[in-house]
Design a protein around this ligand. Structure first.
Ligand SMILES: NC(=O)c1ccc[n+]([C@@H]2O[C@H](COP(=O)([O-])OP(=O)(O)OC[C@H]3O[C@@H](n4cnc5c(N)ncnc54)[C@H](O)[C@@H]3O)[C@@H](O)[C@H]2O)c1
Length: 271
């Protein structure tokens, strides 16, 4: 009889978490939670984004904490050649591939927001839409050829399900209508989860999506108060909330789950 806790172990598995140290600081990124969750469960974990130095420093910090199965590479999700080069590097050095966490997101710095040059929106679609597809197609193929199944986890957002809420930002210097591309891309990611689940399902490669709520990052107190009141649990996500679900979705514990978009938002989207 299988031990239920053993089903969560990831020893011998190789994972990639796209994105790296994160732009908000290390412990306050969802990518970091995915990385330490997978490392803690025994996997080898690759991180990759456009700049090596920041990720090398981040990896050094993790090694100091005893996580020596962290690996670092570079790639640009907007450039297919670099996605293929990342695949080759991981296969050369780790020899196998089992878990893909699509965590990278390109956030357009649109100076004018809603009325900006459409070039901003197009660039975002290229990295967050086309790039998401190419990363998943590339690493999915490795898992198909390997023939041992696998898990793909898309890091989504409640903004892929709901509209912007103007009330949260009232009287603050934040334009909730800028970043329209983000809503489009996350909505697309949520439904691509179902398409990937269908395409990869016959190979026992599962694909699920976590629809995340806002992560606490010392936001303006007015925003915090309004946001927290919109959740059942009365708070934003903290620096460990995502870890357990990532390990569950990556591991055998969820082996019959695919095509699911799971809210992890303190009840924000249920209220
Ligand atoms: N922070 C939140 O409140 C929140 C809420 C819901 C969902 N999310 C989701 O969580 C994930 C991580 O978000 P975060 O807030 O930690 O973001 P972040 O900005 O800290 O991390 C995004 C990562 O993507 C990488 N990236 C950007 N452009 C890239 C490119 N062209 N090629 C490769 N990598 C690239 C960045 O280097 C960075 O490491 C994202 O998918 C985001 O949509 C975040």
């Amino acid at each position: 009889m299988e031990n239920v806790l053993d089903m969560f172990r990831l020893d011998g598995k190789v994972a990639l978490v796209t994105g790296g140290a994160g732009s908000y600081g290390r412990t306050y990124s969802y990518g970091h939670q995915a990385v330490i969750g997978l490392l803690g469960a025994g996997a080898d974990v690759w991180i990759a984004s456009r700049t090596l130095k920041k990720n090398e420093e981040y990896a050094a910090m993790l090694r100091e904490q005893g996580f020596d199965k962290i690996h670092v590479a570079t790639f640009d999700q907007g450039d297919e050649a670099s996605i293929l080069a990342l695949r080759d590097k991981i296969m050369e050095e780790s020899g196998r591939f089992d878990i893909l966490v699509n965590n990278s997101v390109y956030r357009c710095k649109e100076p004018e927001g809603w009325y900006d040059d459409p070039a901003f929106f197009r660039k975002s679609l290229d990295i967050n839409g086309t790039g998401l597809f190419l990363v998943t197609r590339t690493f999915g193929k490795i898992m198909i050829d390997q023939g041992e199944g696998g898990s793909i986890i898309n890091i989504g957002s409640y903004m892929g399900e709901l509209s912007a809420d103007e009330y949260l930002y009232k009287d603050l210097d934040i334009d909730c209508w800028s970043g329209a591309d983000y809503f489009y891309n996350k909505g697309g990611m949520h439904n691509m989860t179902r398409l990937f689940a269908g395409f990869f399902g016959p190979h026992n490669i599962r694909c699920n999506c976590v629809s995340l709520g806002g992560l606490f990052n010392y936001q303006d107190p007015l925003f915090l108060d309004r946001y927290c009141k919109k959740t059942f649990l009365g708070r934003m996500a903290n620096e460990t909330d995502l870890m357990g679900l990532i390990v569950y979705l990556a591991s055998d514990a969820s082996r019959y789950m695919t095509g699911a978009v799971i809210p992890l938002d303190g009840g924000y989207s249920a209220k």
